[in-house]
Design a protein around this ligand. Structure first.
Ligand code: NDP
Length: 321
């Protein structure tokens, strides 16, 4: 009987991945990050596949001489050394599409919570202030009449735009290339879009080109009624500039699910009364995380069965001899 391929589960990944793999693969576990010597040479040489949650750099890849596939749990794969993988002919897969609706729903929830201050209103009720003091103060901000610019109109950005259509707001977007099929106004520059809208929703990947692109100039362009929602990556926002813009009234409010240095959240953003802050939970329902885990397992199983992974990332070749 042919030996089962060995798959390394790195760090804390969903148990469902191991359950899905166990009939056809031998599952090995290690803590993240994988460092040289952690596995011993014989075991390291036997590992053909890895399942990991966006944390597998070039040193980790270097630990596994016969690695064929890195299956990432997450659509964003900025924590995977794709260039090092590509150089060795290792396939990297991610989990696109299965989380679009959940993340888009979360973006809308965060937008409404930021504008209408529902978390504060609930705290008001639970603290007994409704009974003791009276009605919660009117929210100065509303979704009504807003003009929304989506920074990134990919799989998730499009799902956000479709939801926004139902809210009767104006919708535009900025990406590097216009999307001819999208019925929204295209802005070739982020600053141009920020000047034209009052609400910016960011859902772009972490790449060298997106680093701190939401800076003081872009925030200022949104204006004093401006609102920033970020469900992409904290990397995209200059957090110091954002804290200043919130403190000075340059913009009105921000709703953030992601931060530059997670799980650390800057004190200035925590202390600001006009922020709504979430601990990177946009895709974090059991159903959606199960679907992501299934896609991780299905990529590994498809690779070992047929040599064709289901959702390889564009940077890595698919070539199993
Ligand atoms: P896609 O690849 O489908 O979409 C990315 C979009 O960003 C495209 O429209 C692309 O258009 C645009 N884009 C990329 N680079 C730039 C740039 N430099 N300037 C302007 N636009 C750019 O990705 P998804 O929609 O599936 O996911 C987007 C990101 O969301 C993920 O990479 C991840 O980081 C984040 N995410 C966050 C989650 C959370 O829990 N908060 C959950 C899931 C995802 P074009 O190529 O034309 O520029």
């Amino acid at each position: 009987m042919q030996e089962k391929p060995k798959v390394l589960l790195v760090g804390k990944v969903r148990e469902r991945i191991a359950e899905r793999l166990e009939d056809e693969a031998e599952v090995v576990r290690c803590v993240a990050p994988l460092v040289p010597g952690a596995l011993g040479p014989v075991l390291a040489a036997g590992i053909r596949g890895v399942a990991v949650s966006n944390n597998f750099g070039a040193p980790a890849i270097g630990c596994l001489p016969n690695l064929e596939i890195i299956a990432n749990f997450g659509v964003g794969y900025d924590g995977i050394a794709v260039e090092a993988a590509a150089a060795r002919g290792i396939v990297v897969t991610n989990t696109p599409d299965v989380l679009n609706d959940e993340v888009a729903d979360s973006a809308i929830g965060l937008l409404l919570n930021t504008l209408r201050r529902f978390p504060e209103a609930e705290a008001w009720l639970r603290d007994g202030r409704w009974e003791r003091t009276g009605a919660f103060p009117l929210s100065p901000l509303t979704l009504r009449g807003r003009s929304i610019g989506i920074y990134g109109l990919g799989r998730i950005g499009l799902a956000i735009a479709r939801r926004l259509e139902g809210f009767g707001v104006s919708i535009s977007y900025h990406t590097r290339t216009g999307k001819p099929d999208a019925p929204y106004v295209y802005h070739p520059t982020l600053l141009g879009m920020a000047e034209a809208v009052d609400t910016l929703i960011a859902i772009v990947p972490k790449t060298p080109d997106t680093y701190k692109t939401i800076d003081a100039t872009v925030l200022s362009a949104l204006g004093p009624n401006g609102v920033l929602i970020n469900v992409g990556r904290g990397w995209t926002v200059d957090e110091d500039a954002l804290a200043r813009a919130l403190a000075t009234g340059t913009i009105a409010a921000a709703g953030l699910d992601v931060f530059q240095d997670e799980p650390h959240v800057p004190e200035a953003l925590l202390a600001a009364p006009n922020t709504c802050l979430l601990p990177h939970v946009a895709s974090a329902s059991v159903a959606t995380r199960d679907a992501m885990a299934d896609l991780v397992a299905d990529n590994l199983l498809a690779w070992f069965r047929t040599g064709s992974p289901l959702t390889p990332v564009p940077e890595t070749p698919v070539m199993r001899s």
